[in-house]
Design a protein around this ligand. Structure first.
Ligand code: ADP
Ligand code: AMP
Length: 217
């Protein structure tokens, strides 16, 4: 199955992506994770992306699209994938459609929109912690993670630089201006499903899987 998750920063895309992708045995492809790995690895791609990420702006389309095209060409993505954080604007969505059609003779099956209000998103982002070893996402309050240690693997938890208050505010503006129009784009394509992304993580996962079940072969 070929799935895209959309929703504002902090909606829970990464959190849900890890469960949904594992349930369906498809790779989770997070452009934010790939950029962050390149920044920490000191690669040329990381160098190009960092200045935009630090400000909370989108990395230019040509850089992002080339990266996604390469990732989609890997073997594990041939029969399905879950995209988290891509596409992030209408030109990226149009290019994705062309790549899937020309390189794979395929199309997206479904786009899940995680619907949550802005106050909740700010609460979620201000307490977000990520495991530097396994990538698992936690929340200081909701998961009671005072010790900065990952319960899954024992790795150290860190706070993302772009989760600071002023950058968060800018990322939310970027979402409204550039990413929110994707909701209409995919509604017009007839593949958009909105799900209520409030409440416990497991309930949101259940709502997502309920939408995906009719598409499972
Ligand atoms: P996104 O990938 O959309 O930016 P994340 O998955 O990283 O969002 O989630 C942002 C923060 O919100 C994390 O700290 C995560 O633990 C927390 N979170 C995710 N889903 C929920 C939920 N249903 N209820 C409470 N907190 C959540
Ligand atoms: P995320 O982890 O999805 O919150 O993304 C973190 C940052 O990576 C964003 O604020 C952007 O700077 C960059 N980024 C991630 N995905 C994209 C994308 N599809 N297009 C442009 N920039 C992106």
């Amino acid at each position: 199955m070929r799935i895209v998750l959309v929703g504002p920063p902090g909606a829970g895309k990464g959190t849900q992506a890890q469960f949904i992708a594992s349930h369906l045995s498809i790779p989770k492809i997070s452009t934010g994770d790939i950029f962050r790995a390149n920044v920490s690895g000191g690669t040329e791609l990381g160098r190009q992306a960092k200045q935009f990420m630090d400000r909370g702006d989108l990395v230019p389309d040509e850089v992002t699209i080339a990266m996604v095209r390469d990732r989609l060409a890997e073997d594990d993505a041939r029969d399905g994938f879950l995209l988290d954080g891509f596409p992030r604007n209408v030109p990226q969505a149009e290019t994705l459609k062309k790549i899937l059609s020309s390189d794979f003779d395929a199309r997206l099956d479904i786009v899940l929109e995680l619907v949550v209000d802005e106050d909740e998103v700010v609460r979620r982002l201000s307490g977000r912690r990520t495991c530097e070893r396994c990538g698992r996402i936690w929340h200081v309050d909701f998961d009671d993670k005072r010790d900065d240690v990952c319960d899954d693997c024992g790795g150290h938890l860190f706070q993302r630089d772009d989760d600071k208050e002023d950058v968060v505010r800018h990322r939310l503006e970027v979402y409204q201006e550039q990413t929110a129009p994707l909701v209409q784009f995919y509604a017009d394509e007839g593949i958009l499903k909105g799900i209520d992304a409030t409440g416990p993580v497991e309930e949101v996962t259940k709502r997502a899987l309920d939408e995906l079940r009719p598409l499972e072969r």
